[in-house]
Design a binder for this molecule. Structure first.
Ligand code: GRF
Length: 220
């Protein structure tokens, strides 16, 4: 089966982007990274993508009068590149309903909490503040409401009593880098789909992937 063409949308350092690029370097991986698109020319991830030989593009949101026009420009670029699946990886712009609908069930996101807990920003600070002993990360299909949509995979990560948002974010990030490539593989291979706004798995999920998607092996 032909590998799905994936675009990764970033705004910053792109460590999740790098995890996806590394996974897709395996010819057996069901997706290839065809484009990395950033809304910021200074996103560190652009350099890392170019070093890996991936095509990059910058579409500066500040050059557009409205969100809709910015999203239309991104949409046009993605379609011109024959993109099948869009991965949001630290992309810090809210997307319009029209853009999200246009990529319905073909756009996924990673978020550093166990959704539906803690959508939005400062997730680690809020989890620590709430006295949680566990947090984690979530890969989900994107819907118009921010950080919502059918969940593909989650990883639980313990919170130490002396964690700071910084120490916790490092531990969660390790788990993010493990589950995002797995979740994309499930979507790109057609194993993971959506029915009635819930995840449906077609066929059996390999046991190692199934366990990784709920409990990764991570170190400090
Ligand atoms: C990650 O924590 C991701 O979950 C969130 O934004 C951060 C991006 O980090 N959506 P990076 O650019 O992938 O390193």
């Amino acid at each position: 089966m032909a590998r799905k063409r994936v675009a990764i949308l970033i705004s910053g350092r792109g460590s999740n982007m790098t995890a996806l690029i590394e996974a897709a370097a395996d010819p057996d991986y069901p997706a290839e990274i065809a484009l990395v698109l950033s809304n910021r020319a200074d996103a560190g991830g652009l350099v890392r993508a170019a070093e890996a030989g991936i095509a990059t593009a910058v579409i500066d949101h500040k050059a557009f009068a409205s969100r809709a026009e910015f999203d239309a420009a991104m949409d046009a670029r993605l379609r011109a590149e024959n993109i099948d699946i869009v991965c949001l990886a630290g992309f810090m712009r809210l997307l319009t309903d029209g853009f999200v609908e246009g990529w319905r069930d073909r756009m996924i996101n990673i978020h550093p909490s166990l959704l539906p807990l803690f959508p939005g920003l400062d997730t680690h600070e809020r989890a620590i503040e709430a006295g949680m002993r566990l947090t984690g990360c979530t890969v989900h299909f994107v819907r118009a409401k921010m950080d919502s949509g059918p969940i593909i995979g989650q990883a639980a990560v313990p919170i130490a009593l002396d964690d700071t948002p910084d120490t916790l974010s490092k531990r969660v990030l390790t788990a993010e880098h493990q589950i995002y490539p797995l979740a994309l593989a499930l979507v790109a291979s057609g194993l993971a789909t959506v029915e009635n706004e819930r995840l449906v798995m077609r066929g059996d999920l390999p046991a190692d992937i199934a366990s990784m998607l709920v409990s990764p092996s991570f170190g400090d």
